[in-house]
Design a protein around this ligand. Structure first.
Ligand code: AVJ
Length: 321
C-alpha cells in the first residue's frame, strides 16, 4: 500500500519564512553584510538550483552522480541491510535513487530540506517509485537542533547521506559541530559525505560564473524573494552577481554588489548601499582529502573509505560512527 508523504514532521527552529525576515534585517543592519545561503531556497531558488546542477560548467553534481553510480554496491555494503537513511539537504531526491537501487531492503528514508514545497513534490514522486519504502520528509534547517521521527521499527541502524558538498556552506567550525551532531543521531551507522575538492581556481571560477547566467539569477533571486515576501523594494538590476575563489580561506564567495549608491526598504526599514558595497550571500568551502580526514578525526568518526573521480574534482567518503 502507498503511504502518505503529505504529512511533515517539522525540524526544530523557526519556520523558514520567519527566519528569512529576521536574518535579512540582521544582515542589512550589520557590517560586513552577510546572509545565510539557506535563504536561496524558496520555490524559485530551488528550481534555479536544479538548473545549476545541469550546467556544463557546474561539474560537482555530475561528478558525484558518476561516483555514486560507480561505487553504489560498495557503499551499500557500508550502509548494511534494513537501514534507515537520513539525508541532509535532500533537494530533489535524485541522488538517493542510486543508493536505494543498490541497497538491501532499505526500510525508511527521511529526507530533510528547508524547501518545503519542493521537498513535498519530490517525496511524493519518490514514494511512487519505491512503494515498499517508508518515505518520511522533514522540513527544516538541519544545522540547528534536530527533532527526527523515531527510528523505523523494522530498521536496525540509521545511516546518513550528506551529498552535494553542502557541507561546504558551513564554515569549518560549523562543519565540525554539524558532524558531531550527525554522529550522535546516526548511532549504529555511518555517514556518506560528498565534498568538492580544492582544484585549479579557473575551474572553480567557471562553475560559479556560468555563461548562461543561471548562477547569477540564483544569487539575485534572494533579492526577488525579499521583494515577494518581505515587502522589500530591491532594484534587482542594480545589483551584480560576484563570485570568486578566496584562496587563503579555501572557499568560493558569492556576493551581490550594489552598482550604485542606493536606498532600499525591507520590512518597513530603510537601508542604504554605497556603490560597490556587497551583501555576502554564500561561502562554499573546498577541501582536500587530508583536510577531511583531520576534520573527521576531531569528531570521532572513523574514516572508512574514500572514492574520488580520475580528475580529483570531488570525493565521496564513508565516515563510520
Ligand atoms: C549546494 C552549497 C553545494 O556551493 O556549489 C551552486 C550551491 N551556489 N552554485 C555550491 C551553489 C552557487 C552549492 N551547494
Amino acid at each position: 500500500a502507498h503511504r502518505s508523504t503529505a504529512l511533515f514532521s517539522v525540524a526544530a527552529g523557526k519556520p523558514p519564512e520567519e527566519d528569512f525576515s529576521t536574518d535579512m534585517v540582521k544582515a542589512l543592519s550589520s557590517r560586513p553584510r552577510c546572509l545565510s545561503p539557506k535563504h536561496f531556497y524558496d520555490e524559485q531558488g530551488s528550481a534555479l538550483f536544479d538548473r545549476i546542477c545541469e550546467l556544463p560548467e557546474y561539474y560537482p553534481t555530475r561528478t558525484e552522480l558518476a561516483l555514486l553510480q560507480r561505487h553504489a554496491p560498495e557503499i551499500a555494503e557500508f550502509m548494511g541491510p534494513d537501514a534507515e537513511i537520513v539525508e541532509f539537504g535532500a533537494g530533489s531526491l535524485q541522488k538517493i535513487r542510486l543508493l536505494l537501487d543498490a541497497m538491501d531492503a532499505p526500510r525508511c528514508y527521511v529526507p530533510i530540506d528547508i524547501s518545503g514545497t519542493h521537498l513535498s513534490t519530490a517525496a511524493r514522486a519518490l514514494q511512487h517509485c519505491y512503494p515498499a519504502l517508508d518515505v518520511h520528509p522533514v522540513v527544516g534547517d538541519y544545522t540547528g537542533p534536530l527533532r527526527l521521527p523515531a527510528m523505523h521499527r523494522n530498521s536496525n541502524r540509521r545511516v546518513g547521506f550528506f551529498p552535494g558538498s553542502t557541507i561546504g556552506n558551513l564554515c569549518p567550525a560549523e562543519a565540525l559541530s554539524f558532524l558531531k551532531q550527525a554522529r550522535h543521531i546516526l548511532r549504529g551507522g555511518g555517514l556518506l559525505l560528498g565534498v568538492d575538492l580544492i582544484k585549479d581556481p579557473a575551474i572553480l571560477h567557471a562553475a560559479y560564473n556560468d555563461s548562461q547566467g543561471v548562477t547569477a539569477a540564483f544569487n539575485r533571486n534572494v533579492l526577488s524573494r525579499a521583494n515577494r515576501e518581505l515587502d522589500a523594494n530591491f532594484d534587482i538590476d542594480a545589483f551584480a552577481h560576484s563570485a570568486f575563489y578566496n584562496a587563503p580561506l579555501q572557499r568560493i564567495e558569492m556576493h551581490l554588489m550594489s552598482l550604485r549608491s542606493q536606498r532600499v526598504r525591507v520590512c518597513n526599514q530603510a537601508f542604504s548601499f554605497a556603490q560597490g558595497e556587497t551583501l555576502h550571500t554564500e561561502s562554499s568551502y573546498k577541501y582536500t582529502v587530508d583536510g577531511l580526514q583531520t576534520m573527521a578525526a576531531k569528531t570521532g568518526f572513523e574514516f572508512g573509505a574514500v572514492w574520488t573521480d580520475p580528475e580529483n574534482r570531488f570525493c565521496l567518503c564513508w565516515l563510520q560512527v
